[in-house]
Write a protein that binds this ligand. Structure first.
Ligand SMILES: NC(=O)c1ccc[n+]([C@@H]2O[C@H](COP(=O)([O-])OP(=O)(O)OC[C@H]3O[C@@H](n4cnc5c(N)ncnc54)[C@H](OP(=O)(O)O)[C@@H]3O)[C@@H](O)[C@H]2O)c1
Length: 265
């Protein structure tokens, strides 16, 4: 498959590497120049290209940028992206870190808002797993304890195609139904960054309570803040010392009354 990825940060570069390893043809772009992202593209063994080139001649476009940047990207994509390209969007809403978005504060589901901004259908995927786990926890199909990732969209063939890419990345894919229900895997409910196998992810999504998400997200942010700047530095570094992944996952687990993880791969 020909895949374009916008956003050469943590999620974009990890997905670029995984899709390239799975023999897809991948190109990567960012608002930074080709020269600036060359080292990242080399790490992922993919081609670094300009923004206008990343959307040309592709089957799938992955958008891995902060949620706040979606409206400006929407303008750039308008009329330039072929209508047949399937869009994967990975965003999460962290008002503590970014800024508040009025529509989301008033109840619009994160990905529904992204779809509205882009004016075309999107698939939400790779949003309920931390970059740390995405990087190190992939396993071959049928492996014991393989972590599952939720895939939501309003068009079934788009879900089906992206489920295949989730599998290629080393994770089980859960068909999580329409975008309107994707709040069930949003931060910081039981299906968000808790690294569950598929049977448990299904139960976690079912048990999510929308009214509790904001409070849980505030608790998670507060726990991370108490851990100090070093925790955030590691989180965004893409380099995770032994035990860090368990620790990060256990924060989300503890908030949701789930047992701690006891192992790393
Ligand atoms: N990190 C996680 O664990 C995680 C997990 C699941 C989902 N997500 C979501 O996935 C998305 C990407 O996360 P991330 O951790 O990869 O973020 P990140 O490390 O901050 O990377 C985002 C990249 O996008 C670039 N960018 C910003 N605005 C852009 C635009 N308009 N056009 C093109 N490139 C742009 C940024 O450039 P600059 O550096 O110049 O700003 C940066 O290189 C976010 O929405 C996040 O909420 C993250």
């Amino acid at each position: 498959m020909k895949i374009g990825i916008i956003g050469a940060g943590l999620i974009g570069r990890i997905l670029a590497k995984k899709f390239s390893d799975a023999a897809h043809q991948v190109k990567l772009a960012d608002r930074k120049s080709v020269v600036a992202i060359k080292a990242v593209a080399d790490f992922a063994c993919v081609e670094a290209v300009e923004m206008e080139d990343v959307i040309r001649d592709i089957d799938v476009l992955v958008i891995a940028i902060p949620l706040m940047a979606i409206p400006s990207l929407a303008q750039a994509l308008e009329e330039n992206l072929d209508r047949n390209v399937i869009i994967i969007e990975t965003t999460n809403y962290w008002p503590h870190r970014d800024a508040k978005i009025e529509a989301l504060e008033n109840g619009t589901v994160n990905s529904v808002w992204v779809q509205q901004q882009l004016g075309r259908t999107v698939v939400k995927a790779f949003s309920n797993i931390g970059a740390y786990s995405l990087l190190v926890e992939g396993k071959p199909k049928n492996s014991e304890g393989r972590i599952a990732i939720a895939v939501s969209a309003d068009v079934q063939n788009e879900i089906d195609l992206v489920m295949g890419l989730v599998d290629d990345a080393g994770f089980d894919a859960l068909d999580a139904g329409p975008l309107q229900d994707s709040w069930r895997q949003q931060a910081c409910g039981p299906a968000y960054c808790t690294d569950l196998p598929i049977d448990q992810l299904i139960k976690a999504r079912q048990s999510a309570v929308r009214q509790t998400l904001v409070e849980k997200q505030e608790r998670s942010f507060s726990i991370m803040k108490d851990l100090g700047q070093e925790f955030f530095d590691i989180l965004v570094s893409g380099k995770y010392p032994a035990g860090f992944v368990d620790h990060a996952v256990d924060i989300n687990r503890s908030i949701n009354g789930l047992p701690p993880r006891t192992h790393s791969k």
